[in-house]
Design a protein around this ligand. Structure first.
Ligand SMILES: NC(=O)c1ccc[n+]([C@@H]2O[C@H](COP(=O)([O-])OP(=O)(O)OC[C@H]3O[C@@H](n4cnc5c(N)ncnc54)[C@H](O)[C@@H]3O)[C@@H](O)[C@H]2O)c1
Ligand SMILES: [Zn+2]
Length: 357
């Protein structure tokens, strides 16, 4: 087991990473809090696979479980209200604990329930997808979606503990494994050339499996450093959006069903590298390096998009500050910075890179 501490003063918490940790959940929770009871929020896939093991691990901690449907649609106002009622009916009080047991959907929803129920209760994340272990379970962003857009309602609310059992990742569908790997590759590209090279040396799920503890640890450690600098997302944290400006556009072009998030991010990282290369900032060939690493993890890298379609979605990017877009670019693999451009400049850059391709 590897342990990291996210140092946010009175909101500091540990991230425990390793194979088999699910079976030790009760003991790990008892080490940080002594709740009278717990409410577990989970989804049907995760509960069918791992519910019994979690129940056994919780031992004599009284708990009630709400099994929600899987999928992004669950991050909605109706399910949020249902969770709140479930907490109230269960008699959850401020000294008790909410447990988020699932991927990023459950983590974001349960986190928002924990942030708001009784003005905030403690919660523990047990992330079960690679994306959740390396990204959404760390950093305290919680949210639900509105029909008008994703993540439009939320709060910053840090967990009291994160338990990342890397063994659970083996049962993920291959597309979810690859999608999580896109975020892993993102951390290397942004902050750590040595880590990127480690991935290049183990460029398939099978080859990377023995390194999963190390991979999750390194990603959480990199995200930890960014979150410690910028808990509320006003500066450094925006770097984590590398590949996401075009990635979100690609997800939207696919009607949020053709591509999983990480697939959009993988394609978006290559486009962002091309933007940097076009501007003589990013070394030539960086796009190919990213593309071949993503490709070897099974991400669909042959997709191409029209500049007009990409640009139509850039205007909606949430990092846009009036007429300015903050693109995340690479000075090199492992070195990143924010680059502000006007919307018109961004449109022209998209045209250039798409037409040069
Ligand atoms: N809060 C943040 O900082 C942050 C960051 C990134 C993403 N997110 C959010 O995360 C969400 C996406 O998360 P996700 O990719 O984990 O999706 P998800 O939670 O929908 O999980 C993907 C699928 O895998 C299944 N699954 C989960 N664990 C499994 C396991 N161990 N074995 C087999 N199947 C399993 C789930 O049931 C689901 O069908 C989005 O809503 C996104 O907005 C939040
Ligand atoms: Zn992402």
């Amino acid at each position: 087991m590897k342990t990291l501490t996210v140092g946010l003063q009175e909101r500091a918490y540990a991230i425990q990473i390793g194979g088999g940790l699910l079976d030790r959940a009760g003991e790990l929770i008892a080490a940080v809090s002594a709740p009278a009871m717990a409410v577990v929020l989970t989804d049907d896939h995760v509960w069918a696979l791992y519910g019994k093991r979690l129940e056994t691990a919780l031992g004599d901690l009284p708990h009630r479980v709400l099994v929600l449907p899987h999928g992004e649609q669950t991050k909605c106002v109706d399910q949020y209200a249902r969770c709140l009622s479930f907490c109230a009916e269960s008699g959850l009080s401020r000294g008790d604990l909410l447990l988020a047991f699932g991927g990023g959907v459950i983590g974001d929803l349960a986190g928002f329930v924990a942030a708001t129920y009784m003005r905030g209760v403690r919660f523990v994340q047990i992330p079960t997808t690679l994306l959740a272990q390396v990204d959404s379970a760390v950093g305290g962003k919680t949210a639900i979606d509105l029909p008008e857009g994703k993540n439009l309602v939320g709060a910053f609310h840090q967990p009291s503990l994160v338990i990342a059992d890397t063994d659970l990742l083996q049962s993920l569908p291959p597309r979810e494994q690859a999608g999580g790997m896109a975020e892993v590759i993102k951390y290397g590209a942004l902050f750590d050339a040595t880590f990127f090279e480690l991935l290049e040396a183990h460029p398939t799920w099978e080859a990377a499996t023995p390194l999963l503890d190390e991979i999750v640890y390194r990603c959480c450690d990199l995200k930890r450093q960014v979150v410690e600098q910028d808990e509320r997302d006003n500066g450094a944290r925006q770097l984590l959006n590398f590949g996401h400006t075009y990635g979100h556009a690609i997800e939207a072009i696919g009607g949020y069903s053709a591509y999983v998030h990480g697939e959009g991010v993988a394609l978006g990282m290559v486009l962002a590298a091309k933007v940097g290369i076009f501007q003589n900032i990013t070394p030539i060939g960086t796009d190919d390096r990213l593309e071949s690493l993503c490709d070897s993890f099974g991400l669909p890298m042959t997709e191409r998009f029209a500049a007009e379609a990409l640009n139509a979605h850039l205007a909606l990017d949430k990092k846009r500050d009036k007429q300015t877009l903050r693109l995340v670019l690479l000075r090199n693999i492992g070195e990143s910075f924010l680059h502000a451009v006007t919307l018109e400049e961004a449109y022209a850059l998209t045209e250039e890179i798409v037409h040069a391709d």
